[in-house]
Ligand binder design. Structure first.
Ligand code: ARG
Ligand code: ZN
Length: 466
């Protein structure tokens, strides 16, 4: 059953005496006002993320039995309290938690929907650094998103396809799972010998003993929880370093290898082309995980190393690669801004076609604009798609890209490309909002653009031709 929104729930608790609150299940010596919020305040996914602390680093140790589909894991989170905390939440859905410690002292915990509610022995001071260890196990299951798609830990016939956008991180590790909170990651993943476990960043090493192989991965650049992966399968592995010194690691399911090879060969040139347009590639590692997961139906730009449910076409490779700048390096602070990811990655596809002998971006725009007012493309404006159900809809991808094309027509190619590049470099490794992007475009071009963005991002229905 769905719980009440965070704010109302806290307000009710605050009005009852502490003793009654304890009876209601507020475990431990928690004084009112020292409880971290059970959500990050995003109306599209009210229980994603949490209040009261900021995670610096995740150290995830995972053992996965591919035939029993069982996960045995320990997560160590290094975090800093942003308020006094008698109690705080982590996001975790399903699975069995066996122990929680905070700074090595046993902590009380309980489960409440997708929240793992932790009560440390001693309240944490505002500004205090602390370490939470969670031991857990079970059979991870994906979540069903408001649009009916599945994300999170998705078992396959030989392992798992692991992609957490928008809310699936909580299906396999306890997290502050809102893109507002980025952190570095270490992964130690043990799988049966013959399987490969692929996460984000650089492979530190792998070792096989007693019929099991352990892979150690490290992502030092800040990463949102939804971009973490630990995909497992019978993969063919290819490794090399690009001219720019980026370490490439591709893992490809044998059933997809023939179709994937010609596209994956283009990865270095795609990254180089995007680096010229958007500024230096933001990460040290790159690559692809090409799985065979026929039920998934999408790819995800998992940081440094996108995961594909089957061999991608070139457009999809360009799209997921562009997300490394737009989404992964420059990250959303609210899901309503999703066009900053999907509109930009789609526009990168248009630019790629235009500069590689295909149709122009204007032609791409025109063929979309020709659609009748009744088309799904105009069903809602992309700048605030209204709910989690709409965030991966055509308006976000296509009309989002059209908004960028209208910006390009208004300011000219030079200022348009300068804006994209300044966006990627100025917010590198951090966050960005739509309002900040509009301000940057205005500053770069010296033009007033609020009308244009108001029309293309926020006005319902098919816009009139400018
Ligand atoms: N961001 C992905 C893309 O590149 C789409 C993710 C879709 N996720 C989902 N649960 N349907 O387009
Ligand atoms: Zn995308």
């Amino acid at each position: 059953p769905r719980r009440q929104p965070a704010r109302r729930r806290t307000a009710v608790l605050a009005t009852v005496p502490v003793a009654v609150a304890a009876l209601l299940g507020a475990a431990g010596p928690t004084a009112p006002g020292t409880t971290g919020a059970p959500g990050a305040g995003d109306p599209y996914f009210p229980f994603s993320g949490n209040g009261g602390y900021d995670v610096r680093h995740y150290d995830l140790t995972l053992r996965y039995d591919t035939s029993a589909r069982r996960l045995d894991a320990t997560a160590v989170l290094t975090a800093r309290a942003t308020q006094r905390l008698g109690r705080f939440d982590l996001d975790l859905k399903g699975l069995t938690v066996t122990a929680v410690t905070v700074d090595r002292a046993k902590a009380a915990f309980r489960r409440d929907g997708q929240e793992l509610v932790v009560t440390p022995r001693h309240a944490l001071r505002a500004g205090q650094d602390f370490r939470v260890t969670v031991a857990y196990h079970g059979t991870p299951k994906p979540v069903t998103d408001p649009d009916g798609s599945a994300d999170g830990w998705i078992p396959t016939d030989d392992g798992a396809f692991v992609a957490g956008e928008p809310q699936g991180a909580m299906t396999w590790f306890p997290a502050n799972a809102h893109p507002k909170d980025k952190a570095s990651y270490d992964f130690t993943i043990t799988v049966p010998e013959g399987r490969t476990a692929v996460a984000n960043g650089v492979l530190l090493g792998q070792r096989t003993t007693g019929g099991k192989t352990t892979f150690r991965w490290r992502e030092t650049q800040p990463m949102a929880a939804y971009l973490a992966t630990a995909s497992i399968g019978k993969f063919q592995v290819e490794r090399y370093t690009t001219r720019d010194g980026v370490q490439v690691y591709n893992a490809v399911d044998a059933r997809e290898a023939r179709a994937a090879a010609p596209v994956l060969k283009k990865l270095p040139s795609v990254l180089e082309w995007e680096s010229k347009l958007f500024g230096p590639y933001p990460f040290r590692a790159a690559g692809a995980i090409v799985d065979h997961a026929p039920d998934v139906g999408y790819a995800l730009e998992t940081q440094t190393r996108p995961v594909y449910d089957s061999a991608p076409d070139l457009g999809t490779l360009v799209h997921e690669s562009a997300h490394q700048w737009f989404g992964d390096s420059v990250t959303l602070t609210a899901w309503k801004d999703i066009w900053l990811n999907e509109g930009f990655a789609t526009y990168a596809e248009w630019l790629y076609e235009e500069q590689h002998g295909g149709r122009s971006a204007q032609q791409a725009f025109d063929s979309l604009y020709a659609r009748p007012a009744s088309d799904d493309l105009w069903a809602y404006p992309p700048g605030d798609p209204g709910s989690g159900e709409n965030i991966f809809g055509t308006p976000v991808y296509a009309r989002g890209a059209m908004a960028l094309h209208e910006l390009r027509r208004a300011v000219g190619d030079r200022d348009f490309l300068r804006t994209l590049r300044a966006w990627a470099t100025g917010h590198r490794g951090g966050h960005g909002t739509t309002a900040q992007f509009v301000r940057l475009a205005e500053k770069t071009s010296g033009k007033r653009l609020d009308g244009l963005f108001h029309t293309w991002l926020y006005t319902p229905g098919k816009p009139d031709r400018a």
